[in-house]
Ligand binder design. Structure first.
Ligand code: AMP
Length: 201
């Protein structure tokens, strides 16, 4: 039996996609830390890309500090560049980006995208398109912190207006500017009751 087997199972597991950079506004990192803390405090598991840089490192450190289980999944070739987080409860080294995304998706009950760059966009779009294709049925949330994703949402609406998307596809993503109600809805939609509280954040 490994040390991981001895840990009680997490109350829920959420995959967080977010920037490998912190962004210019310190509010992004502050929110990432609140989310990590909330996951840890509610005995949750964070599944993420396994790096120590940017918002990714912030959310992982906060979840670990709050007693959460953190599973990082990182391609071996990126371990140095993205500063693989050796403090994760479980750090899974994979050979390819596809394997990384597959394992992250398998281990999560729900997904949330925080502000980030093209890597985050790619993960968000893949999870969104796979949901519409029926490859999975896990809830997906988009944290539109401070209007960060306004332009992306406008693009999707533009696509609906032009007949390349239909509005039902828009409904596959839960968008909110506030992280806490969004996380609570995602976890409830994934079939978990109110998460076990370990104390107010
Ligand atoms: P970024 O949002 O660009 O800072 O990247 C956030 C994370 O997404 C980083 O860990 C990147 O390695 C990861 N990433 C970049 N490209 C991809 C991709 N094609 N598929 C999955 N993850 C990616």
């Amino acid at each position: 039996m490994t040390m991981l087997d001895q840990l009680s199972p997490p109350a829920f597991s959420i995959c967080v996609y977010c920037g490998s950079r912190p962004g210019h506004d310190a509010a992004f990192a502050a929110t990432a830390a609140e989310i990590g803390h909330w996951i840890g405090h509610h005995r949750g598991q964070l599944v993420y890309g396994g790096g120590r840089n940017g918002l990714m490192g912030v959310v992982a450190d906060a979840a670990l500090a709050a007693g959460g289980r953190v599973t990082g999944v990182i391609p071996r070739s990126l371990a140095e560049r993205e500063h693989a987080h050796r403090g994760c409860t479980e750090l899974i080294m994979v050979e390819t980006m596809h394997e990384r995304k597959r394992i992250m998706a398998e281990r999560a009950d729900a997904f949330i995208a925080l502000p980030g760059g093209i890597g985050t966009f790619e993960e968000l779009f893949e999870t969104w398109t796979w949901r519409q294709l029926g490859y999975h049925d896990k809830p997906l949330g988009l944290l539109n912190q401070g209007g960060y994703y306004d332009a992306l949402i406008a693009l999707a609406r533009h696509s609906v207006r032009n007949g390349f998307m239909d509005s039902s596809q828009m409904q596959l993503i839960d968008v909110d500017a506030q992280w806490q109600p969004l996380l609570q809805r995602l976890i409830a939609a994934a079939g978990f009751g109110a998460p076990v509280r370990m104390g107010a954040i």
